[in-house]
Structures are given as C-alpha cells and as structure tokens.
Design a protein around this ligand. Structure first.
Ligand SMILES: Nc1ncnc2c1ncn2[C@@H]1O[C@H](COP(=O)(O)OP(=O)(O)OP(=O)(O)O)[C@@H](O)[C@H]1O
Ligand SMILES: [Mg+2]
Length: 261
C-alpha cells in the first residue's frame, strides 16, 4: 500500500511542529512502520535537531521542487539520510527553500511539485511525515496538497486557538483544488494540567473539534529540550519519559485510524 503523507503544520510558530514531526516519526518507526521525514522549513530546525547540516549535503528538500524526470530519480537515490539507530529516514531542509516563493511565482502547477516528487517513493514507505514552516506560502501549500492527513500541533493557550482559524481558512481554500478534502486532527501540545487556562482551552477544543482532535495529549516535558540538545529525539534519548510514551500513543492512534481510512 502507498505511504500515507502526514503534514505537521500550524501557521503559529513554536507550537511543537518540529518536535511532533521528529518524535512521531521515531514512534512510527518503533512500531515497525517504514517512515520518511522531510524538513520543509527554510529555518531547518528539524535538520539541525538531528545534526544534519544542510551545507554538508549534496541534495536537500529544495531539490525535490526544482528537478523532474531522470534528475529527480537520481536525487532520490542520494538525498536520504539515515543514521544507525535512527528509526526513520530523513530528507534535510535548506535555507534556499525560502527562495522558492519567488523562483516559482510564475510557475503553473507550483503547488503540486512536492506531491509529484513524493509519488516516486510512496511505495517504499508506510508514512511520510512533513515538517512544515509556520507561514503560509508555496511550501505549506505544497505540503497540504501532498498530504492525506494534516496533523496540527496546538499549544493549549487562547492565542493558539486564534491561529487555528488561519489554518482552517488556508485548508478551506486548498480544498477547492484538492480531489478530496484534506482530513485534519489537532494534537494538544505543551499541556500543563496545573494551569486552569490550559484546562479551559482543552475543554473548548474538545467541544469544538470532537473527533477532529486526537485523544493523545502531549504534556509539557523538559526532556524534549534535553533530547534536542543531544541531537536526538526524546524517543531515542529518554524512551521511558512521559513525552516519548505520549508520542508512542499518538503513533498508535494514527496507525489504527489510517488502517481504516
Ligand atoms: N511537549 C513539550 N514540552 C516541553 N517543551 C516542548 C514540547 N514540545 C516542544 N517543546 C519545545 O518547544 C520549543 C519549540 O518547539 P518546536 O521547535 O517543535 O516548535 P515549532 O512549531 O516547530 O516551531 P517553529 O514554528 O519555529 O518551526 C522547542 O525548544 C521544543 O524542544
Ligand atoms: Mg519547526
């Protein structure tokens, strides 16, 4: 079966997109799912997190947008990074990704370039996870056009709920161009049960989103920052930590849900 493409996106910054993309990928890998993760953010946080420095790479995610045909086949043979012990393969990002906004401005079908590039490797994986930049532009549009499921990490505070509206507007616009509407699910992150504001936002989200919210809730956990300082995911560095176990639960939820859809 072809891989399911999961876009991890939110137009708000610092909500846990990169942490979710990487930790979920590791968790899917732990369940034996063949997983590829792509860094689509020109700030290359996911690449830096994994100590995968774009300047040392022959090819990066940028190349997936600008090549086609035989050249693209060559790129796929050389672009994927895998370190022993890592539970997923990885395509690093590059700061040049931000040039695509201008470079592709006059290009027809510019929103479908990533989808076309990923089609070549869909049969090799169970999941392809896309770490998206926070701003709306050609990269986010490409991710949302390529995705089967939009995973929206959402920090449980009131400002974050406002950011959600922006993303829904974007998805609404793109759904007019997609063959089927994009499915989405919200993942509450950095949850602190001691804060009453957090508890209220969580209840509000549950009431409003119903089944479009994961049952998994990711709590605040200092181990995420510690793992990133070691260039590892929390699943690798602290497999028994609360954060690692919560992302395992998320992976399980996604696997059982995607098997049915
Ligand atoms: N559940 C959590 N508990 C504590 N810290 C977390 C948690 N999730 C993420 N973090 C930390 O919060 C910071 C921001 O997370 P992350 O980089 O994943 O957000 P982002 O949405 O990708 O940000 P950007 O919009 O800049 O790409 C990081 O330092 C990360 O280690
Ligand atoms: Mg990020």
């Amino acid at each position: 079966m072809a891989a399911k493409v999961l876009a991890v996106a939110n137009q708000k910054g610092g909500v846990g997109k990169t942490t979710t993309a990487l930790t979920l990928s590791a968790a899917l890998g732990n369940y034996g799912q063949r997983t590829l993760t792509v860094d689509l953010d020109p700030h290359v946080s996911a690449s830096i997190h994994l100590r995968c420095y774009p300047e040392d790479m022959r090819f990066t995610a940028f190349d997936l947008f600008v090549h086609h045909g035989e050249a693209l086949a060559q790129i796929w043979s050389n672009i994927r990074v895998w370190e022993p012990g890592q539970r997923f393969e990885f395509v690093p990002g590059h700061k040049k990704l931000s040039d695509l906004e201008v470079d592709l401005s006059a290009r027809r079908g510019k929103g479908l370039l990533l989808r076309r590039a990923l089609q070549r490797v869909l049969d090799e994986y169970d999941y392809i996870v896309l770490d998206c930049p926070p701003h709306l532009g050609v990269l986010l549009v490409n991710a949302l056009m390529a995705a089967n499921l939009l995973v929206i990490p959402l920090q449980t505070d009131f400002m974050a709920v406002h950011g959600l509206k922006l993303l829904f507007e974007t998805v609404g616009t793109l759904n007019k161009l997609r063959p089927t509407p994009l499915r989405y699910k919200v993942l509450p992150t950095m949850y602190d049960a001691r804060a009453s504001a957090c508890r209220r936002v969580l209840q509000l989200l549950k009431d409003k989103l119903g089944e479009n919210m994961f049952s998994t809730i990711v709590h605040m956990d200092t181990k995420f920052r510690e793992a990133s300082a070691q260039g590892r995911t929390v699943s690798d560095a602290y497999p028994d930590s609360r954060g690692a176990l919560e992302y395992q639960q998320l992976a399980k939820e996604i696997i059982s849900h995607e098997q049915k859809s």
